[in-house]
Design a protein around this ligand. Sequence first.
Ligand SMILES: O=C(O)c1cccc(C(=O)CC[C@H]2O[C@@H](n3cnc4c(=O)[nH]cnc43)[C@H](O)[C@@H]2O)c1
Length: 210
Amino acid sequence: MKILLVAATRAEIALLIAHFDLPEQDFIRTKDFDLLITGVGMTATAFALGKHLKGNYNLVLNLGIAGSFDHTTPLGTLINVTTDEFAELGAENGDTFLSIDELGFGKARYTAKNNLLSDAVKKLQKGHGITVNRVHGNENSISRVVSRFNPAIESMEGAAVLYCCDQESVPCLQIRSISNYVEPRNKDSWKIGLAIKNLNDWAIGFLTNT
Ligand SMILES: O=C(O)c1cccc(C(=O)CC[C@H]2O[C@@H](n3cnc4c(=O)[nH]cnc43)[C@H](O)[C@@H]2O)c1
């Protein structure tokens, strides 16, 4: 199975890069998988995947850290983000929001379609993601987005990856490791090191056994 690993930053998969002794490039081909570092955000992600995703992969595996809306989920938990949504794509209409679907211009929500049945995937908690340009850090906007989408996590790339896979009909799996809670910004409480360690340990095991 030919896998394309996709991550926004090299730092998020640094342990995997070290484990497989990969060079410092944004696109790397190996015998068993290719690796694409896209840069942060939807635009950079879609541009990079537009260049490199051409239906020649059996699976796109999107790896990254994320913020959790659920404060009972321990930091460092891995989430299989099975659906993801462009949360800001639409129009304000006074106090309400019209999605891109309601405007009649497209679709906001995408599913990570795959038929993976391994224990490594099955054992993970599943959740719905939202993808944003602006990380939430305000109590009012957080409560609005929670009541609108009921998301488990947010990232800055997920829906863009699922969109590209949908366009190219390539199976997709998005695994996010919780580095922080979505709350008024307090970077001191983020556990980026723990999130990256858990994510990389899982991904190395998955790649080694798939
Ligand atoms: O400061 C560091 O040491 C550091 C190391 C590795 C990665 C980072 C990032 O900030 C990565 C940005 C990446 O993280 C995702 N992310 C994480 N938390 C959230 C969130 O609460 N809301 C939205 N996105 C989040 C996002 O996908 C970014 O691409 C820092």
